[in-house]
Design a protein around this ligand. Structure first.
Ligand SMILES: NCCCC(=O)N[C@@H](CCCN)C(=O)O
Length: 427
């Protein structure tokens, strides 16, 4: 074994040992987040718990609480690993927001644990070596509001990702996969303003905002038949009126519009907008259409990082899914997509010991189950090992960066040329 391979194997082993050693406190960390689910932008206890973890329970971290957002944070360590070479900055992202009514049904408590564990592992490995070809800075970014709003996008606007060389996070799922297709998304709130009146005595004096909401819902359901099979339109009526004998004067709907790539979003948005406005016209209501401040985009893939992660995962016993349907069908969306256009990175998925589906009560149970711990820590080890691969081999890091630049240029060119539907399977 050449000297570098020996050192790499030793460091990877060291990272894994550190994660195992911290297993109990990492479990406590994710349990504390899981047992007190908080919604987007309001993850105060999770924020404080993670800040305390890095500033009190762990040594050597510089912590910025309320970093860029009220419930975001940054913990940094380094540079370490030697006195030679450029500083390479590796970041692990933690999410920790929950869903209304069903708690941690997307397992973001485990995302926080993976991020923290991988950072501990990488720091320990780097600390032990003075022979690295680069100096290493390890950053943990606490990124709120993935389920609603897009905290990472807010943080990007404030330059929170500036200066990072590679970013890593991992998301709970039903299987291990280095990548699954995440779709672009723009959320919209539609408000109808009508006029109240006695619904039995003089209904002709009213303007029915619930009728507008129902027509809007039906318009969109009809539209669904005419859009690409991999586009998604889904929504709820948030306000539907207050009493049957009052003609509803105000209604509100919330819709998520999704397409495989960011370039297709304007098309679905303009089609949906016609549905919103025509419902207003038919009923005589006023309509307000408010698109969310942030739009989530698809993930820019990095094959080099994905391959390294897969190899490390396999070495740790992961069995990656080969199910073509899972590997090619779009799933949800993530604000990591936006990050992936700014910094090279990966967002793999990991099995948590249950076949339950995300966004169900069963998944909430699974995300808090002790059984998830083995898989969560294994994922953190694979991420730390992947970081070590690129840190020990500057040629690999360069390949990761070149690939990122090339993929981004290609995506930007496609967007400029209006070639929006390249990912659609039926084009
Ligand atoms: N592929 C990651 C899935 C995570 C997730 O479920 N994200 C939400 C984000 C919603 C933001 N409006 C989703 O519904 O896709």
């Amino acid at each position: 074994m050449c000297e570098r391979a020996g050192l790499l194997a030793e460091l990877k082993h060291g990272a894994g040992c550190r994660i195992d050693e911290a297993a109990e406190k990492l479990h406590r960390l994710s349990q504390d987040i899981w047992s007190c689910p908080e919604l987007a932008y309001d993850e105060r206890k999770a924020h404080d718990r993670l800040v305390a973890f890095f500033s009190q329970e762990e040594e050597g971290w510089k912590v910025d609480s309320h970093f860029k957002l009220d419930t975001a944070f940054r913990a940094t360590w380094g540079p370490g690993g030697g006195d030679e070479g450029d500083v390479v900055s590796v970041a692990f992202l933690c999410e920790y927001d929950a869903l209304p009514g069903i708690g941690h049904a997307c397992g973001h408590n485990l995302i926080a644990e993976v991020g923290a564990a991988a950072a501990l592992g990488l720091k320990a490995a780097v600390e032990k070596s003075s022979k690295l070809p680069v100096r290493v800075q390890v950053t943990v970014l606490g990124t709120p509001a993935e389920e609603d709003g897009g905290g990472k996008i807010d943080m990007m606007k404030e330059d929170a990702f500036k200066g990072l060389d590679v970013v890593f996070m991992a998301h709970p799922s039903q299987e291990d996969a280095p990548y699954l297709p995440c779709v672009a998304e723009h959320d919209v709130t539609v408000k109808y303003h009508g006029k109240a009146s006695h619904a039995s005595a003089y209904p002709w004096e009213g303007i029915n905002a619930l009728d507008a909401a129902v027509l809007c819902y039906n318009n969109l359901s009809v539209l669904r038949q005419q859009i690409k099979p991999d586009w998604r339109i889904h929504g709820i009526i948030k306000h539907g009126g207050v009493k049957p004998n009052i003609i509803p004067a105000y209604t509100e709907l919330e819709y998520y519009l999704r397409t495989p790539s960011r370039g297709e979003l304007p098309v679905i948005k303009s089609k949906a907008e016609m549905c919103f406005r025509s419902a207003a016209m038919a009923t005589g209501c006023e309509v307000e259409v408010e698109f969310a401040k942030n739009m989530f985009v698809n993930i820019l893939r990095n094959a080099t990082l994905e391959e390294l992660y897969e190899k490390n995962g396999k070495d740790l016993g992961m069995e990656f899914t080969t199910d073509e349907e899972v590997l090619t069908n779009g799933s949800g969306s993530t604000d990591f997509g936006n990050v992936s256009f700014a910094v090279p990175g990966i967002h793999p998925y990991f099995y948590i010991g249950s076949d339950a589906l995300n966004h169900t009560e069963e998944y909430t149970v699974a995300a808090g189950d002790e059984k998830a711990q083995f898989y969560t820590l294994r994922t953190a080890k694979a991420l730390a090992m992947t970081a070590l691969d690129v840190l020990l081999r500057p040629d690999l890091l360069q390949r990761v960066k070149d690939e990122f630049t090339e993929a981004k240029l290609k995506e930007d060119r496609l967007l400029k040329d209006g070639q929006t539907d390249r990912t659609s399977k039926n084009k």
